[in-house]
Every structure is written in C-alpha cells, then in structure tokens.
Design a protein around this ligand. Structure first.
Ligand code: ADP
Ligand code: MG
Length: 387
C-alpha cells in the first residue's frame, strides 16, 4: 500500500512549505520595518536640524515653514525634547492625561525617556553661541511597533487555526473509520450467524445417525463449528459494545498456545512463562483471544516455520504486562509504529489489518497499550501489551 509510505513525506513537505511561507513573511515585514524606521530616524534628524536652525537663524520666515512641514506634521513618532538634566521641555505624540498631577506627569515622562533611550540614542542639539544642550528622545511610532509584531500575531493565529482544523479533520476521519470497522464487523457477524445455526442443527441431526455416530467425524465437525462460532462472536463483539468478565490471563493464553501448537510444525517451540500471582482483569475474552492469536500468528510467520516463541506474563509498575517474543526476522526500528497502521504489510498475501485490529482492541476496548518493545533484525521481536 503506497499511500502509507508517502503520507509521512507529504506531511513533511507541507510542513516545509508552511515554514517557508512563515519565514518569508517575517523576512519581508522585517525589511518593511527597517525601511520605515530608517525614515522615522531621518524625520527626527530633520527635526533636530530644524531646532538648531531655529536657534541660530534670524530668518524667522523660513522658520514657520520648517515648523509646519516637519515638526507639526509629525503625527506619529513620539518625541520628547529634554534639557541636559533630562527634564522634558516639550513633547509631541506622547500621550499625557490632562487630569494627572505634575508629579504623575513627570514620572510618566521619565519612564518614556528611559524607554526611548533603550530604543535609540537621543539626538543631541547644541546651540552654537549659547552654552546650551538639548536632547531629543524618540521611539518607534505605534505603526512601526504594530508592524513589527503583526506578523508574529498573524502566524500564531494561522497556526492555531491550522491545528484546530487538523484536529477536526482527523477526528472526523477517525469516526468515519470507526463506522467502517463497526459496520463491517456487525455485517460479518450477522451474515455468518444464519449458516452457523444451520450447521449446528445439522450436526445435532448427524449425531443421532447410527451410521456415522461413532466415526469421530462428528467430533471434527463440531470443532470447526465451534471455531466458526468463536469467529462470529469476535466480529459481533467488535461491532457492538462488548461485555467484560474477570478472566485468568494465563489460562486464556495457554489455551490459545495449545490450539496453535497443533497447527504449526514441530520446529517451533512454545513457552508460556507466568510471573502473575492472582490478578483479576476485566476482559472481553473473545476479543482478547483474537489479540493474542494475531500477534502469535505474526510471530510464527516471522520465524518462517522455525524458532522459539515465548509469552511472558508479569507485573511491571503495577500493570499486567504480556510480552510476546519471537526469534524471527525482526522489525526495522523505523517501522515500530508503522506496523500498526492499516494496510501496512510486508507479506505477499497480507492485508495489514491484523495489528490495526489488535491495537484497536487493546487500546479502545481495554484501555491498554500495545507497542513493539524491542526488535533486532534477524534475531527477533518482542511485542508488549500493558493492561
Ligand atoms: N513478530 C513480527 N516480526 C516481524 N515482523 C512483524 C511481526 N509482527 C508484525 N510484523 C510486521 O508487521 C506487518 C503488519 O502485520 P499485520 O498488521 O498483522 O498484517 P499482515 O500480517 O497481514 O501483514 C507484517 O507484514 C510484518 O511485516
Ligand atoms: Mg498479521
């Protein structure tokens, strides 16, 4: 299934494009901010020159023009003109509340001066002739500040939006998958039900027949019918809210191993190691058997008919843990998560649904966890179930 190997790459590509757009937005506004602040600086310089000119020039006609065009027209850049002791002489575009006392106003302006100093060194205006120095403090206009932070706010807003829509989409995809799982299972159980009850009835009739009663055939037929009944029960449990009972895990696992033992070659050695004391676990037996069966079947496949399969039951951190270890071909580290994805298979006749189902049963029907605990290529694999 090609889609699954490409999905990761597509996601990475999308992420890279998003990153590129984000970075270029930041870069572009940074250029804008730089240009604008350059311009603001020039305006302040002109303002300083104007002041100097006003002091030194006798030509007051030009002065009016200067004031109107430069100083009065500055409607955006906050400026404080202060004397040598940082005492404000006049301000422009600095908000001062008219209800403030002198003291409050003073304190506020000093704070403003400090802030301006941290942004730009003040422009010194020294008046030739008289021994007097003034300082022009200024800072970025509100517009410039907004422009500086705007792209960050925008990017955060967009990221949050994308995250929310991603979650919404994957939620709806999940619920759609749920519907398919549940629907298919219900349908399967339903369809199997009718011929199964028919078969059961036929078996009863055959049992009465003198000719085959003692043949042993009927025993085999009943075994297969029971097996079919088990399968039907599994599908019916996946398709509805399953019921839970206290089960003995060791007994459950041993049963499955006994069943499998007779169906695989002699070259596979089975072992069940039980470190559990008395633990009572609420389990849906039909579904949990399916879990163990799927994992052990995979393990047997991975060993290619020869090897050792060990199931260890133990308590780790107060949780019941089932480790299923094989001596098979192993799983590459980068596939530890992938093996649980629907459609992932390395087998020619595989469907890649076994472990997906296992994960679903363990995590959603039993609130447990399942993962590849360890694996080494050519040496074997351990799957761990935590309940
Ligand atoms: N014990 C194991 N050792 C090695 N590979 C495994 C093991 N269990 C699962 N896998 C890998 O995970 C894949 C998916 O398994 P599964 O979901 O059961 O689907 P399928 O058995 O149909 O391939 C397998 O094709 C195999 O590559
Ligand atoms: Mg399988």
């Amino acid at each position: 299934m090609q889609i699954y190997s490409n999905k990761g790459r597509v996601k990475l590509l999308l992420l890279l494009v998003a990153l590129l757009i984000g970075l270029s937005t930041l870069y572009y506004t940074d250029i804008l901010v730089k240009n604008l602040s350059e311009r603001e600086k020039k305006q302040i310089d002109l303002y300083a020159k104007g002041l100097r000119f006003a002091i030194s020039s006798e030509n007051s006609g030009n002065m009016n023009f200067l004031f109107e065009s430069i100083i009065e027209n500055n409607n955006s850049i906050p400026v404080i003109l202060a004397d040598e002791n940082s005492k404000p002489v006049s301000t422009k575009n600095v908000f001062v509340d008219s209800t403030w006392t002198e003291k409050q106003k003073d304190r506020y302006l000093q704070k403003q001066i400090e802030e301006m100093k941290s942004q730009y060194a003040p422009i010194v205006v020294d008046y030739p002739g008289i021994n007097l120095k003034n300082y022009i403090y200024y800072k970025n206009s509100k517009l410039l500040t907004q422009l500086k932070y705007y792209p960050y706010i925008q990017l955060v807003a967009i990221s949050v939006f994308i995250l929310i829509s991603y979650l919404a989409f994957s939620y709806s995809r999940r619920s759609e998958q749920d519907k398919v799982w549940v629907g298919m299972s219900k349908e399967t159980a339903h369809q199997l039900g009718t011929p199964l009850s028919g078969l059961m009835a036929w078996a009863e009739i055959l049992k009465e027949d003198e000719r085959i009663k003692n043949d042993g055939i009927i025993v085999e037929i009943e075994k297969d019918i029971n097996r079919l009944a088990t399968i039907t029960e599994r599908f019916s449990n996946i398709g509805s809210l399953p019921s839970y009972k206290t089960e003995d895990i060791y007994e459950l696992v041993s049963n499955i191993i006994d069943y499998l033992k007779h169906r695989v070659g002699r070259n596979i050695e089975f072992q069940v190691v039980n470190h559990l004391g008395k633990v009572e676990l609420q389990i849906n037996r039909a579904l949990f058997e399916w879990v163990i069966e799927n994992i052990t079947k995979n393990a047997i496949d991975a060993m290619g008919g020869k090897g050792k399969l060990t199931i260890t039951l133990s308590i780790v951190n107060k949780h019941t843990v089932i480790d299923i270890t094989d001596s098979g071909k192993g799983i590459p580290q980068n596939q530890f998560k992938k093996v649980f994805q629907p459609g992932f298979t390395t087998k020619q006749r595989g469907w890649g649904l076994g472990l997906t189902l296992v994960k679903r049963i363990v995590e959603e029907y039993h609130q447990g966890k399942i993962f590849v605990k360890s694996s080494e290529i050519g040496r074997g694999t351990t799957f761990r179930i935590v309940l």
